[in-house]
Structure formats: structure tokens, C-alpha cells
Ligand binder design. Structure first.
Ligand code: SAM
Length: 325
């Protein structure tokens, strides 16, 4: 599939649920209301829509949420997705809490890679950011993912002023000993959490300067093909890499190859724009496979060039946890 700007769209992120077992301060309020089950895609509906999109040229799927590991039948869903002909890569973004129970079964079912979100190595701050989480449980999840061979492991850290901006070098230091990719993400504003986000954004430039100030200069890793939003860098002698995802200060929309399927079956064309196509509605109205294919292709063609944050347009219809990141 291509959009009107010539970008090839082949990477689908599927949110399996809007429910999460943590309550990160920048992602959702502590008392969150979740969608009723009947509004969410069933396993069969999810597999049908994913199958249509793989048939249209999607070759990479990432499962996300909410928290994808709380979705019932996750291992079976992964097994079915991994068998879709034409799919090259099946990955997941998770907070890691349930990986000790799941990592091995997920790897055996066909999951290739995993991103784990850890914003700080300070247990008290971790609790403050996630409200409900414990760093030990996430760390056990990382170890389980490594043992299950879900590699290379990527660690995602959202940098938030006043919460973890002063400890980014501790996370970066992990790359010295471990062959992990550690990525620092700029905080993005969403609807109800937007005020918080706007005061707490830390630019990638600032994060990078702090890391270089404490740990020495970063070197670019050769061979970057521009597809990943984070160009890789390395500390001298490090086994792993560091990356910076600068959605706010240096948007990477020109290289965007993504579309998103929300847990309630909407095709979202840009993470930070509200426009969506109701695929689950079409499916439940018994639209033919051909109609669904045509609507997806037409929507992808109209995918917006870039997000509207520079013009003050903040996504209103959903929080990050209802899209999946
Ligand atoms: N629960 C899973 C996790 O923790 O990775 C998957 C869903 S979570 C929404 C996906 C990623 O989005 C996480 O790395 C999270 O830190 C990040 N995230 C959430 N809200 C964000 C925001 N406002 N700006 C930037 N990243 C955000």
C-alpha cells in the first residue's frame, strides 16, 4: 500500500486491549474507564482484519495496548498472526510485568521481538511514574524475555521532566554491558493528559547532552536505513545502542510507514491525528472482503502527511493507552 505522498505503508500496530495493569502518569488517569468488551474486536475479528492487511502488503505487526499481555488468549493470537503468509516480523511492546509467565510461550508461538518500557532504574521513581508498578517485576520480565530469545531487546523510556529526566544516564549505562537498544522518547500530548505533557516535555537534544555529559560522546552507528524513528548511537566500547525518538522536536513523518488498528477496530492513520476508519463497524455490517480492502487502501492513500502539533493540534479523541503508541 502507498499513500498519496509515495510512502510505502507496511507496518501495522495492533492494540489488543485498552486495559493496562499499570497507570503511568503521562498515559492514563489512575481511575480509568475502559471500553466494554462488546466494543472490542474478538479474536476472530482481529485475525480477520490483520489477515486482510497482511494481504494488502503489511509485513510487520507490533502488538501493543493498553497492556497487550493482559489480553486473554494472547499466545493463541500470536500463534495465528505469526502464521499469516507474508508476515516477516511479529513484535510486541509491553511493560514486561507478565513476561515471566508468558515470554517462553510467546516465543514458541512465533513472537520475534519485544520492546519493554522502563523509564527509570530508581525503584521509588518507577513506582511514582507507573503508580502501581514495581521495578523488580519488570526487571524479571526483561530477564525472562532474554532467556526466551526474544532479541534484540529494546528498552523504551519516555523522558518526563521532574520524574526521570535526571537519571537518563543510568538507563544509557545499561547499554555498556547489555546488547540492548535503549530508546529515549519525547513525551507526546494527548487529550486529558495534554497539559501535563506540555509542561513536562524534555527534548532529545537535552537528554542526549545529559548522557554525553555523564558518559562521554556518542558515536553514530553506521548503516542506519531511516526506517526506524530512532537513529542508533553508541557509547565508546558499549555492546548495545542508544536512540532518540523526537516526535515533538524533530518529527520523522517523512519516513512514516505505519498504520494502527485500535482495540475497538478503528484504523488510525496517524498516531497524533484523530482521523479513523471504523473497520470493525464494516466487518459487523457484513461488508464484503473486497469492500473492506478498498476502504483500507483508500484510507491509507489519504494518510495525513504529518501530525499537527506544530500548529497546536493535539489529538482529542483518545489517550495514548487507547491507541497503543
Ligand atoms: N503497556 C505497554 C507498554 O508499557 O509498553 C504498551 C502500550 S504503551 C501506551 C506504549 C508506549 O507508549 C510505552 O513505551 C509508553 O511509555 C509510551 N507512552 C505512553 N504515553 C505516552 C506519551 N504521552 N508520550 C510518549 N510516549 C508515551
Amino acid at each position: 500500500m502507498h499513500d498519496q505522498f509515495g510512502r510505502r505503508i507496511h507496518y501495522l500496530r495492533i492494540s489488543l486491549t485498552d486495559v493496562c495493569n499499570l497507570r503511568c502518569v503521562y498515559c492514563m488517569p489512575e481511575r480509568m474507564t475502559f471500553r466494554p468488551k462488546q466494543e472490542l474486536m474478538t479474536d476472530a475479528e482481529l485475525l480477520t482484519l490483520a489477515g486482510v492487511m497482511v494481504g494488502l502488503g503489511v509485513d510487520k505487526i507490533r502488538l501493543t495496548g493498553g497492556e497487550p499481555t493482559v489480553r486473554p488468549n494472547l499466545v493463541e493470537i500470536v500463534r495465528s498472526l505469526s502464521q499469516l503468509p507474508g508476515l516477516r516480523e511479529l513484535a510486541m511492546t509491553t511493560n514486561g510485568v507478565l513476561l515471566p509467565q508468558l515470554a517462553e510461550a510467546l516465543a514458541r508461538a512465533g513472537l520475534n521481538r519485544i520492546n519493554i518500557s522502563i523509564d527509570t532504574l530508581d525503584p521509588a521513581k518507577f513506582k511514582r511514574i507507573t503508580r502501581w508498578g514495581s521495578l523488580d517485576s519488570v526487571w524479571a520480565g526483561v530477564e525472562a524475555a532474554e532467556a526466551a530469545g526474544l532479541r534484540p531487546i529494546k528498552i523504551n523510556a519516555v523522558v518526563t521532566r521532574g520524574f526521570n529526566d535526571e537519571e537518563v544516564a543510568d538507563l544509557a549505562r545499561l547499554s555498556l554491558e547489555r546488547d540492548w537498544d535503549i530508546r529515549f522518547i519525547e513525551l507526546m500530548p494527548f487529550a486529558g493528559e495534554a497539559d501535563f505533557a506540555q509542561h513536562a516535555v524534555v527534548s532529545s537534544t537535552e537528554t542526549r547532552k545529559r548522557i554525553e555529559g555523564e558518559l562521554g560522546p556518542l558515536q553514530e552507528v553506521p548503516g542506519y536505513d531511516g526506517r526506524d524513528p530512532a537513529r542508533p548511537y553508541r557509547l565508546a566500547g558499549a555492546r548495545g545502542t542508544l536512540g532518540f525518538i523526537s516526535s515533538i522536536t524533530e518529527p520523522f513523518c517523512a519516513g512514516c510507514n505505519r498504520i494502527r488498528l485500535t482495540a475497538d477496530g478503528k484504523l488510525r492513520l496517524c498516531l497524533l491525528r484523530d482521523g479513523e476508519l471504523d473497520l470493525l463497524g464494516l466487518l459487523r455490517q457484513d461488508a464484503s472482503a473486497e469492500t473492506i480492502r478498498q476502504q483500507i487502501t483508500a484510507a491509507v492513500w489519504r494518510k495525513p502527511w504529518g501530525h499537527g502539533l506544530p500548529d497546536g493540534l493535539i489529538p482529542q479523541s483518545r489517550l495514548m493507552s487507547q491507541i497503543g503508541g
